[in-house]
Design a protein around this ligand. Structure first.
Ligand code: ZN
Length: 352
């Protein structure tokens, strides 16, 4: 623990305490913010400065995601946003009853603090009271695209700060995934989060700039994207590329919404499939076509995008050349598939 953290009162806490003292919302509403700041004995601006020097921004979490302050923190919980960086921040800044302490952007490690470290917030069920939560931009289903070396490094430096500030051991009993919390209902950060790579960074050991490709996070089943919900962006792109391969003219933007759904329904109608706009196992199986070295076009873009979910790092240029061929073979080898570089029905099912 740190007395420094405890000596920094934040405005929201003061407001909450005031609520408890006065016993009613009406009384709180009558107290002006400057008066609260004087009561707290702090300049209002101190609440808006990140505690960790490596954090870039402060955005306050919604008040209904916050609990009491505490004198001790004994664990760090690793999360995945299942959404874009700014969207996750906006969600947690709203009154949605959920907020982690820090959020980190995938592409460059940019970091926002949203909750003081000594304050309980709603991010990990039974672990809320004793842990600090870190949200990582990305999708559990697309680890090789979103879990970048840069994000791992910035997150590890933050964890080092937390471990030294709160005297938390740098081990896996104290640095855990949301999925490892008792009674966990969430799966993040998932099998594609490379714990050994991450913990090596936390311990200051030397590792490669980029983590190894998480090929084995893939599963022997097609994913599903639906216009009725928020979808993993790269899988949405795969569906859009494949619909274009079958004659649609979609902008491949990674947002599988009403326009993509309409194109999917059109394709399903033509094929005599259930017409629901949902691209899952049945529809993907009809959209795909065998692709191999020398192929080109929309379906190859789909192959390249799908492989990038598992860390291939391919340029999505629609040209099935030697680099794509090598990635297909590495993927097949890691997942015990026939290593022939041909993306046929089985490999498609695994990569999508
Ligand atoms: Zn989580």
């Amino acid at each position: 623990m740190s007395s420094d953290q405890n000596s920094l009162p934040d405005l929201a806490l003061s407001r909450r305490r005031m609520l408890a003292l006065t016993g009613g919302a009406a009384a709180v509403a009558a107290v002006s913010v400057p008066a609260l700041a004087r009561v707290a004995g702090a300049a209002p601006s101190t609440a808006n400065v990140p505690e960790y020097s490596g954090a870039d921004d402060w955005v306050s979490a919604g008040s209904n995601a916050l609990g009491d302050t505490r004198s001790d923190v004994t664990a760090v919980v690793i999360h995945t946003t299942q959404g874009a960086y700014q969207g996750a921040i906006n969600h947690m800044a709203g009154e949605n009853g959920v907020a982690a302490h820090y959020v980190i952007r995938s592409s460059d490690g940019h970091m926002t603090q949203m909750v003081r470290e000594n304050r309980i917030s709603w991010h990990a069920n039974s672990a809320n009271s004793y842990s600090v939560g870190i949200e990582h931009e990305g999708w559990v289903e697309e680890p090789g695209f979103y879990y970048t070396g840069t994000m791992y490094r910035e997150s590890a430096k933050l964890v080092q700060h937390l471990c030294s500030t709160w005297n938390i051991p740098q081990d896996r009993d104290h640095i855990i995934g949301h999925n490892e919390v008792e009674d966990a209902t969430h799966t993040d950060p998932g099998p594609g989060w490379n714990w050994s790579y991450f913990m090596s960074l936390v311990r200051g050991e030397s590792v490669s700039d980029e983590p190894p490709a998480p090929w084995t996070a893939a599963r022997d089943t097609y994913s599903t994207v639906s216009p009725e919900r928020s979808n993993p962006p790269q899988t949405s792109r795969v569906a859009q590329h494949l619909l274009n391969f079958r004659g649609a003219d979609l902008e491949v933007d990674g947002v599988f919404g009403s326009v993509s759904g309409a194109a999917a329904r059109e394709f399903q109608e033509e094929q005599g499939l259930t017409v629901d706009g949902v691209v899952g196992p049945q529809t993907f199986a009809e959209l795909i076509a065998e692709r191999r070295s020398g192929s080109d076009g929309h379906a190859v873009r789909a192959v390249q995008t799908a492989l990038n979910k598992y860390g291939a790092g391919l340029e999505v240029d629609g040209s099935f050349g030697p680099v794509t061929d090598t990635a297909v073979k590495e993927f097949q080898d890691a997942n015990d598939l026939t290593v022939d570089g041909i993306v046929g029905a089985i490999t498609w099912r695994w990569i999508v």
